[in-house]
Design a protein around this ligand. Sequence first.
Ligand code: ATP
Ligand code: MN
Length: 465
Amino acid sequence: MKRTEIKEALRSINYGSEINVKGWVRSRRGNKNVSFIALNDGSTIKNIQIVVDLEKITEEQLKLVTTGACISATGILVESMGKGQAVEIQATDIEVYGTADPLTYPLQKKGHTMEYLREVAHLRPRTNTFGAILRIRHNMAIAIHTYFHEHGYFYFHTPLITASDCEGAGQMFQVTTKNLYNLKKDENGQIDYSDDFFGKMAALTVSGQLEGELGAMALGKIYTFGPTFRAENSNTPRHLAEFWMIEPEVAFIQKEELMDLEEDFLKYCVRWALEKCADDLQFLNDMFDKTLIARLQSVIDTEFVRLPYTEGINILQEAIKNGRKFEFPCNWGDDLASEHERYLVEEHFDKPVIMTDYPKEIKAFYMKLNEDNKTVQGTDVLFPAIGEIIGGSVREEDYDKLMAEIERRQIPMKDMWWYLDTRRYGSAPHAGFGLGFERLMLFVTGMQNIRDVIPFPRTPKSAEF
Ligand code: ATP
Ligand code: MN
């Protein structure tokens, strides 16, 4: 008999008809006359109840139907008398596909900690919590593609392996086919990459932006959505070594329009979550964070604050004068720590903040220099509970200014001639941003740790599964 997904079955009103569902047993309880199986197939957070009359199917036949087992259940769809569900299935036949020994199955009924679940990441998608998170993750990816597609952007694929080391060289994962036990060195003791696969040093990308700019200089509006890799040796709840990044890049826009895009895009994604993931969000709201849905709604309803860095520093110093304590200093020129970002967003404004015009020393070489010669047109978005969710900027389109900055920083550009060509041939004002997909997921799900919003997290000393 053809399988009906549980999501469909729960919506059906074909009472009295025969139906087949398949899924994993969440629990089984009952008495000597009747047994109730809660079955979930991942299509929805909700379980369907299978009612087994023990005169028709014996306890002996049911003994393998334990938590975690996979079964196929056929029966009659009926209106449920019990509360909490509209329909249930009166079983006529149960087939066990795969058993799950109750003595060893790692997911017993309830109440495992998030830390424990990370150790069983191969099975945690079967929990209510991770089912909800992973369905939301899918929906957010669709939201992102839909937003850009509907706004005329082209999905542009940038390489994952790169041989340009100008950005974030220190935190790149090298890619090599060389025998690490027998490395050829030159007369200065430096590794000779000429016989390596690419004939030069190569690494996994930390960002698709530079190639994304090439796309924008031809297609006008592009976005990337792919994996990025950073060998950040900091173990924080907001950093992964492998994460997904969304990077739109747009020709012919300036700072105000970039900020409009950041705000409109984030609101669109959050609205999408509230509309398409209502059941899963309700579950997370009830189980983990009673203010989650209200927080999502408030982001949609409020206008983001647009705050120049210098004004932000003034606010923080005023707060310090009034007795607010911070762990790290924040004088003009310092990179803001997450405690500073959160003070501004959560305490001072109680709204998302787009911070702009940062000191050039704390930002990347490609950001457009302001007339003061001290600040650059960065536009980072700071979110409640997260801190930095988007890092954006207007790009320096002037060849001479860009080169001056590259030389001042002594950035090795020998492999970057192609990037500089964008400024030599038909250069144009342009801007873009990078959104960490898992940072967005943290915000939307209310989870506390970035390891819990991606199926298989990669972090220092951890690459299991
Ligand atoms: P942070 O200061 O939080 O480390 P960053 O300044 O290094 O961020 P960018 O280089 O601007 O970040 O990257 C763009 C976006 O990618 C960030 O705004 C953030 O959302 C996300 N991001 C950066 N590093 C990581 C990481 N290690 N894991 C997950 N997301 C990240
Ligand atoms: Mn970083």
